[in-house]
Design a protein around this ligand. Structure first.
Ligand SMILES: [Zn+2]
Ligand SMILES: [Zn+2]
Length: 247
């Protein structure tokens, strides 16, 4: 109890600090610099979005196909715990990369709801209804990292998606068992080993038979999402979807 109270205080302190910071230094568009917006609609329009794809090999679902958008393809299916994947932006796009960086390392929280809206939009465009999904699970950060950053960016993105779609968020279903090195610092093979056994299911009852949407900001190799999905499936999840803002 004492612990959660002090956590709450840290959270409030962070929020106040962010708000003051935001007042003193108003946002400006990552691309054109116009004030008051983190990424203005005009600049957003010109950045290419991509359709849902196989989480493992990146194969796009052909337009007009009878296959459900973003389904893990037949050849990847035996190697993946993820049913389908949605991710509208390519991380190669300089503005997208800069926005992710500002959100995570400069703590510009206002970027998270915008990302949440972009993701909700990607689901609508792909005609995937979130009413098929029991709840959203943001990929948890290790508590130490979350305290340092002041928030979990995936959690904030999930909150906005939830607000827009009505699909609930569950933050306490999955937990980090140990601290892992940031995936960007690892080579391809190291990434798998780095996240192995990194997650545990904290609420097995909630997971049993559930259709879960795992949410993260960026997918690099997919090792983190796969490991989280594996643990959820092992705990009895019926189906695990994954979504990221960029890949
Ligand atoms: Zn702009
Ligand atoms: Zn595939």
């Amino acid at each position: 109890m004492e612990r959660s109270d002090s956590m709450g205080f840290i959270q409030i302190a962070h929020t106040t600090k962010e708000t003051l910071f935001d007042l003193l230094f108003p946002f400006s568009c990552v691309e054109c610099g116009v004030e008051g917006e983190v990424w203005c609609a005009a600049c957003r329009c010109v950045v290419r979005t991509v359709p849902p794809s196989c989480v493992r090999c990146g194969l796009w679902t052909p337009a007009g196909s009878r296959t459900r958008a973003g389904r893990t393809c037949t050849s990847c299916k035996p190697h993946s715990s993820i049913y389908a994947y949605v991710s509208p932006y390519l991380y190669d796009a300089p503005s997208v990369r800069e926005l992710v960086h500002r959100l995570k390392y400069q703590r510009v929280r206002a970027i998270a709801p915008l990302f949440g809206a972009c993701l909700a939009d990607a689901f609508t465009k792909a005609a995937i209804s979130l009413s098929d999904i029991s709840y959203i699970v943001p990929i948890p950060l290790h508590p130490t990292r979350e305290r340092t950053r002041g928030f979990n960016q995936s959690g904030l993105i999930a909150d906005e998606m939830s607000r827009l779609t009505g699909c609930p968020v569950r933050n306490n279903v999955l937990r980090r068992r140990r601290r892992t090195a940031p995936q960007v610092e690892c080579s391809g093979e190291e990434r798998l080993a780095n996240v192995r056994d990194a997650f545990a299911v904290a609420d097995p009852l909630a997971v049993h038979d559930a259709k879960i949407l795992l949410l993260d900001d960026v997918k690099t190799t997919g090792a983190t999402l796969e490991e989280a999905a594996r643990v959820l499936k092992e705990a009895g999840a019926k189906r695990v979807w994954a979504a990221t803002v960029a890949h």
